[in-house]
Design a protein around this ligand. Structure first.
Ligand SMILES: O=C1O[C@H](COP(=O)(O)O)[C@@H](O)[C@H](O)[C@H]1O
Length: 323
């Protein structure tokens, strides 16, 4: 029943990442022991050393987030180039895919829109194009704009053009929203589809939260700290019953969208939060600061109940972090 966080500063890519599997029970010598948020005070992140090719793993403030209900782990990976981030993200995703394909015979993967899709490009290349068992993938959207699927604003179109059209996922396992419905109708319809997939065993349920447990959510964050279509100060961030809800007044256009709710995001087994660029440094700094204020950004409300949350960042995105 603990949350922990490590920070990894890495100039290299996948070869320098801590191994994903098997899960660490005792940290290797290069790792600082993880800390329980509940039993120990939260230290500020501290730079121990730096190296170009060896990840440096640091004690951290465990994002100073409110304690989760069960156990979770948080890592902050910092890459000196977006290219290295993309390579590492592909390996991370492929490893998680292999784990769930073997364990469950299905891999439920949630995509966001935005810059995340470009960061997935290495998955469409060797070796992953050939080695990932794409036939096991079931693809969902954490949020979608209520526009036709061929509209420039569609998150489906973005993912299709930049990722899905390049990998052999069966078409019937890609769950786009019904773009003929209203925002409210599309959200209800999407929730019904998720419930059907729970019934037929494709989608797992969390044993503790009563919400679906996606294997992997690959998410981005806006410069204002929004994730999915959950915006700072919007009442939707408090939705705690629905799995999927709708918004008619999104501060970022287009205004009509559907979105997973926080209980669904927070029931995930793995979340990769992919954030690059100086424009997001303020939100990253607030999210990772150990000084918490009552005006939590949505990204600060992403606290997994029982899972692993990994920030994939570049130097620019963490440029406002001290040390
Ligand atoms: O509107 C949206 O924005 C966020 C962030 O996008 P980014 O381009 O700044 O990475 C995205 O995660 C979300 O899915 C999308 O609908």
């Amino acid at each position: 029943m603990s949350t922990s966080m490590t920070v990894s500063v890495s100039a290299a890519a996948s070869s320098s990442l801590p191994p994903l599997f098997p899960r660490r029970r005792s940290p290797p010598a290069s790792l600082v022991p993880v800390r329980s948020l509940r039993s120990r005070p939260r230290p500020r992140p501290r730079l121990l050393s730096s190296a170009r090719t060896t990840p440096v793993l640091l004690p951290a403030a465990a994002m100073a987030a409110p304690a989760p209900a069960a156990s979770s782990k948080r890592d902050l990976l910092i890459f000196d180039a977006e290219e290295n981030l993309a390579v590492a993200l592909a390996k991370y995703t492929a490893d998680i895919s292999a784990k769930f394909a073997a364990e469950r015979g299905a891999v439920t993967v949630v995509l966001s829109g935005g810059s995340l899709i470009y960061a997935l490009r290495k998955l469409t290349e060797a070796p992953y194009l050939e080695t990932v068992d794409w036939s096991k993938w079931h693809v969902f959207w954490v949020d979608e704009r209520v526009v036709p699927k061929d509209h420039e604003d569609s998150n489906y179109k973005l993912a299709l053009d930049g990722f899905l059209s390049k990998v052999p996922i069966p078409a019937g396992q890609v769950y786009a929203i019904n773009d003929a419905l209203s925002a409210e109708g599309a959200a209800e319809d999407y929730e019904t589809i998720l419930k059907q997939l729970v019934k037929n065993g494709v989608l797992a349920m969390s044993k503790t939260t009563g919400f679906p447990r996606f294997d992997l959510q690959l998410l981005g964050m806006g410069p204002d700290g929004h994730i999915a279509s959950l915006f700072p100060g919007h009442p939707l961030v408090k939705e705690n019953k629905k799995w999927v809800t709708h918004i008619l007044d999104s501060p970022k256009p287009p205004p009509q969208r559907i979105t997973f709710t926080f209980p669904v995001i927070n029931s995930s087994a793995y979340v990769a939060m992919v954030v690059t660029g100086a424009g997001k440094a303020g939100a990253v700094q607030k999210a990772i600061s150990d000084k918490k204020t009552s005006d939590l950004l949505p990204v600060e409300m992403a606290i997994l109940d029982d899972g692993e949350f990994t920030w994939f960042t570049d130097k620019e995105a963490v440029s406002m972090l001290q040390n």
